[in-house]
Design a protein around this ligand. Structure first.
Ligand SMILES: [Zn+2]
Length: 199
């Protein structure tokens, strides 16, 4: 399966669905992981994670939008996503939720929906601090090793620990994965909203 991961900022995919990414890498899916508004320190931490996962640099491109100002170039983002739709032709796109209140995340979610709603499955990862509501419509079943991998990813974002360390804490990562796992009768899971599901 060809999977496109969309990260408004360099840590969003790791935080939102890092354990699912670990599972998808293990299953040898073809992954393209795009960061839309890069920031130097976070990028280095993100690239170190991608390297650890064995992803090639060419599979982890950056767009060059400005943090908190993505909406000002919304059309350009949409056109970039159309280019990816043509060149990569994903089967599954994973990005932020339409219910995410961060302005960059919301813009990326809307343009993702516009670009891919008629061509493939589109799902949204969970970032609890950004949602007033989040519909748990899809659960990805995970093993302990996938959650351990997510914890390793979280541990790489040293630049963020003093600013918002709770997002990266072991208790939080394990706790949310366990909560979503209980909803599935599994030890661990990650939750997603569905914009479009194609089978
Ligand atoms: Zn973000």
């Amino acid at each position: 399966m060809k999977i496109l991961l969309l990260a408004p900022h360099a840590d969003d995919v790791e935080l939102g669905c890092g354990a699912t990414v670990a599972r998808f890498v293990e299953e040898r899916h073809d992954i393209l992981w795009v960061v839309i508004a890069p920031v130097d320190t976070l990028n280095a931490e993100h690239m170190s994670i991608a390297e650890d996962l064995g992803l090639k640099r060419s599979k982890c491109p950056y767009f060059h939008f400005d943090v908190r100002h993505i909406f000002e170039r919304r059309q350009e983002l949409l056109e970039n996503l159309f280019v990816i739709r043509s060149s990569f032709n994903p089967d599954l796109v994973i990005g932020p939720s339409l219910n995410d209140l961060h302005q960059d995340h919301r813009t990326v979610a809307e343009e993702m929906a516009r670009a891919f709603k008629n061509s493939c499955s589109v799902i949204c990862y969970e970032l609890p601090w950004n949602h007033i509501s989040f519909d748990v419509q899809l659960l990805v079943k995970l093993e302990k090793r996938h959650v351990e991998k997510k914890l390793q990813m979280a541990g790489k974002f040293i630049s963020q620990f003093s600013i918002r360390g709770s997002y990266f804490s072991e208790d939080f990562v394990r706790g949310l994965s366990a909560v979503r796992g209980i909803q599935l009768g599994s030890e661990y899971a990650e939750a997603f909203e569905i914009i479009r599901w194609v089978i």
